[in-house]
Write a protein that binds this ligand. Structure first.
Ligand code: ATP
Length: 298
């Protein structure tokens, strides 16, 4: 479908799914200032809801349900839309992106990247799929390190800055309970602290991959590990307390996702997860049950 200035695309809606880190390792600090990572990532059902409507004029902007999330080009969803228009050769097209945020901000759940990925998927659909999956992934990478994973979705091993993806077998059936302590953590700040920390422990990524292949949920939960939890930062005590609370409620394993501050526990079934969530809601303002979501791109 070729669009011209009078032939705008039809409004579209899309879900932007959050991610959890089943493991997170930082393997090297690179000369370009980035870090090499090795992460097992999982898409989950907690999501932001997006709608995109064409508008007269050339402005591409976002309105969000949270006053402190910017609506201009600082918003990753806007950046993704501008990148798409460039690649689809439709620069100058105006649009409004409405974001109903449910993914907590600064939680390590890649909320901004998930929104960017959802914009790329939605616009590609609205324009009649001018970009291949590979082109979309390459476009996502230019917007942010986690966008490629958020585009592809499912369960994956992410290497490099997080953009080198290998699909993995799905997790065995389970539920996640996600709690967020009442503070956010800045990703660059935690990376700086990590650089000043001597890392003695690393996740057993091979063991996690073997547990996934064997469908061994207990083995997977035993090996979940995030090196950022070892950073010398007093907020990690609160993170550790949240993990303890999840384990006390019956989680098979608990971990901080990304650079936090959200923490999740893995439960065998929906009933035990809901019960735990009811209990933890007394202590954590943000607490929800989520399930794993499979791949999102063909
Ligand atoms: P990551 O796990 O990728 O480090 P995060 O989940 O910790 O990310 P985000 O919720 O993505 O963090 O937001 C971090 C910052 O990005 C915030 O300061 C916010 O202002 C900015 N931001 C840009 N675009 C968005 C968006 N669409 N939604 C939320 N925050 C956004």
């Amino acid at each position: 479908m070729l669009l011209n200035k009078t032939n705008a695309f039809a409004p579209v809606t899309e879900k932007a799914y959050a991610k959890l880190n089943i493991s997170l390792d930082v393997t090297a600090r690179r000369d370009d200032g980035y870090h090499d990572m090795l992460m097992v990532m999982q898409t989950v059902s907690l999501c932001d809801e997006l709608s995109i409507t064409p508008e007269p004029g050339e402005r591409v902007w976002a309105v969000t349900s949270l006053p402190y999330v910017p609506g201009d080009a600082r918003n990753l969803a806007v950046r993704a839309a501008l990148k798409f228009l460039e690649l689809a050769d439709d620069q100058g097209r105006g649009m409004k992106i409405t974001l109903r945020k449910h993914i907590p901000v600064g939680a390590g759940m890649a909320g901004g990247s998930a929104d960017a990925a959802a914009v790329l998927r939605a616009l590609n659909r609205a324009y009649g799929f001018p970009l291949s999956s590979e082109q979309l992934l390459a476009a996502g990478e230019t917007v942010g390190s986690d966008v490629a994973f958020c585009l592809r979705g499912g369960t994956a091993l992410a290497a490099g800055r997080g953009e080198k993806l290998t699909p993995l077998p799905s997790l065995p059936p389970c539920r996640f309970v996600i709690c967020k302590p009442d503070f956010s953590i800045s990703t660059p700040e935690l990376f700086r602290k990590l650089d000043n920390t001597k890392m003695n422990c690393h996740p057993d990524t091979e063991g996690i991959l073997a547990a996934l292949s064997a469908g061994d949920l207990d083995g997977l939960c035993r090996r979940m590990y995030n090196v950022f939890e070892d950073v010398d930062d007093r907020r990690m005590r609160t993170v550790s307390a949240a993990k303890g609370a999840l384990l006390d409620c019956g989680a098979l394993g608990a971990l901080m996702t990304g650079t936090g501050s959200a923490v999740f526990g893995v439960f065998r079934d929906d009933e035990s997860a809901r019960l735990a969530c009811e209990n933890l809601k007394k202590e954590y303002r943000f607490c929800c049950v989520a399930e794993a979501i499979g791949p999102l791109l063909d």
